[in-house]
Unconditional design. Sequence first.
Length: 146
Amino acid sequence: MSNLPPMDKAAIALEIPHAGAMILLETVIGGDRDWIACRAVNHRDPANPLRRGELLPASAAAEYAAQAVALHAKLTGIEREPRRGFLAVVNNLTWTRDRLDRVDSDLEVRAEQLAATGAALQYAITVTGDDQLLVMGELMVALERA
C-alpha cells in the first residue's frame, strides 16, 4: 500500500537539493514510510549530465537512487531539519546491463530503507527497465551534524 503522494518533477525539485538537469527523477509513483518508487525518463536524453560521451553507464543508477533516498527522507520526515547528505557508501552495486541509455522503457527507481540513525541513512536500491532488473545494491548517505 502506498501513502506517499504522486509527485511530478516540479514538485520533486522543491524537495531535493538538486537543480536543473541534475534533477533526475520525473515522478514519484508510490511509497510509504519504508520505501519509495520513482520513475525516470532522462536516461535516454543525450544532454543527461551523468553521460560520459555518448553513454550513460549503469553505475549512474547510484545517483538516481541517491535522489530517491533524499526525497524519501524529506517526504517521510526522517529528516525534519534539512541537513546536507553525502553519498558515503555504495555497496554491492551490480548490474545486468552496462549502459542505461540503451534502455527503451522508463526506469523505475526504488529505495527501501534498511536503517536510519542521526548520522546516516541506509537503503537497498533497485532500478528496473525493459521488464528486467537492471541495477541493485545498497547506499549509505552520511548526514551533516545538526
